[in-house]
Design a protein around this ligand. Sequence first.
Ligand code: KIV
Ligand code: NA
Length: 265
Amino acid sequence: YKRVTVKTLVDMKANGEKISMLTAYDYTMAKIVDGAGIDVILVGDSASNVMAGHETTLPITLDQMIYHASSVVRAIYRALIVVDLPFGSYQSDPKEALRSAIRIMKESGAHSVKLEGGKEIKESIKRILNAGIPVMGHLGLTPQSIYKFGTYTVRAKEEEEAHRLISDAKMLERLGCFAIVLEKIPAKLAKQVAESVRIPIIGIGAGPDVDGQVLVLHDMLGMTHEFNPRFLRRYLNLFDDMTNAIAQYVDDVKTRDFPNKSEQY
Ligand code: KIV
Ligand code: NA
């Protein structure tokens, strides 16, 4: 396989080739996702919800993100690996942000980091980029600020927030970010953002006119049940399939159907 790099992604946008991205948090799933030909794997802080059962992304720690990232790194041959800097590991000052990003790169072997926000974290992004660490931005709905917004509803419907979004995207490009995740904003605005920068815009709930798409793996496989946003397409219904398989196993054990003659020594 030819490895996907941050340069590959910028070239893909220039050539009009869409970028595919999914999350993964562990070795076994990451191996399947990479083998299926995904371009980018995000070790998202959504691990806080999906892996640990927290209500928000806030509780997950830097150590826990590094554990997930190292597991994913061991599985990957082709995909570019992006790791979320978790809440609290980069907001207080740029030096701490750089320290956190360095820990992720050194201790997990991942290829890049992602941070939520625009102008507020400009100095932190600069420092990380100066150290030679590629940075992906994240604008629109930023789940680490959930308690500031109060809801997970669509963002930037007001003119003022839309303007700020476009100027933040341009700023991230100027600083040297290699791509930006754009979460849950009107499709028309997302198109405008994608047209105003040369770095790829990867959308989630941002419509079709961006440079790539990202989904949470467990959501698109239908392993999760409660989460039903409009933008989510489920490619499998693993929740039901797994429930049925496990119930069948329980039944086979109870009825002594398992193990049979060929399943023993
Ligand atoms: O943590 C995550 O899964 C994310 C994606 C939804 C973009 O940040
Ligand atoms: Na995230």
